[in-house]
Design a protein. Structure first.
Length: 303
């Protein structure tokens, strides 16, 4: 997944409306569909493949993106939410422990008790007897607001390793360095978030398409992962996010990309939002719904 910073003024001048409503869903919306599916089936057998299908994704893609946008693995999240339901049953019903275990997907009492103790450091039997004030893991809500097919999303502060390249072909040079680092630092099957943007000869952000340089930032968990590398901090921020998908073969003028930026601009104007001065505009490449397509989530930083 690659994110590229875009020049807002340039995009605004060249935009052509070509909205395809069924292809404007962001990755956050897709994963939220999965989260809602889990919530509606907590007391039933749940397969990751079924949740992925509900979200319109491949099982592998869903697993990777679920972790990337929620910060927790799918299976771990499912266990935590089911144990939160168990807390409710223990405190508000007369169901037996074995009934509760079966209700939330466990095959036997012993496995349920072990899992409950690992999560809450107390047995379910003791919890019910002592009425301990313990709170379960809440359902994740990835966004709260949506207008005109665009969601509002807070991105957290992140640490990243930087890879730069300069003309000619600055992006290709930076990407070559990035891919070498990824090959030498496997992340156990879980993708890392990768950001990119145009830079000038001094290495500063340069919001023009005819850039002299390019920088990729690959996110890491802590500084130890980037020992000996050029580590940078990506500041947190508030963004408008919308999705687009299309094909360069069918749309060589790239109108499907410009239409997304136009939606963003229209939403800012219609809802009286304020684009942040010197804010970041970027895009993130995602798994397409149709092979051969390009699918992107577009971000615009706001105040």
């Amino acid at each position: 997944m690659i994110i590229y910073f875009i020049n807002a003024e340039n995009v605004k001048k060249k935009m052509v409306m070509n909205v395809i409503l069924d292809k404007t869903m962001t990755i956050y919306e897709q994963i939220q569909i999965g989260l809602d599916y889990i919530e509606n089936h907590l007391c039933e057998p749940i397969k990751q493949s079924d949740v992925a299908k509900a979200a319109g994704m491949s099982s592998r893609g869903f697993q990777n993106y679920f972790w990337m946008v929620t910060g927790i693995q799918f299976k771990k999240y499912l266990v935590k939410r089911r144990l939160a339901v168990a807390l409710h049953f223990l405190g508000h019903t007369n169901k037996s422990l074995i009934e509760i275990a079966f209700d939330i997907g466990y095959q036997d009492h012993a496995t349920f008790t072990r899992s409950f103790k690992n999560e809450f450091r107390i047995s379910p039997k003791y919890f019910r007897r002592q009425e301990k004030n313990i709170k379960g893991f809440d359902k994740i809500q990835l966004y709260k607001e949506k207008y005109m097919g665009i969601i509002i999303k807070e991105l957290p502060e992140m640490l990243a390793i930087a890879f730069t390249g300069f003309s000619p072909e600055p992006e290709n040079k930076a990407k070559e360095k990035l891919l070498i680092w990824i090959k030498n630092h496997p992340s156990e099957g879980v993708n890392r978030r990768i950001f990119g943007y145009n830079i000038n000869n001094q290495g500063d952000s340069e919001c023009v398409p005819e850039n002299t340089g390019y920088k990729f930032l690959i996110c890491i968990n802590d500084a130890t992962e980037g020992a000996g590398e050029n580590i940078e901090r990506i500041d947190s921020g508030k963004f408008l996010v919308t999705g687009i998908e299309g094909s360069f073969e069918n749309d060589p003028e790239e109108n499907f990309i410009r239409s997304g930026w136009e939606r963003m601009t229209q939403m800012i104007e219609n809802k009286n939002f304020h684009a942040k001065k010197n804010g970041r505009w970027f895009e993130e490449e995602l798994e397409p719904s149709t092979p051969g397509n390009l699918r992107l989530d577009l971000y615009a930083e706001i105040e």
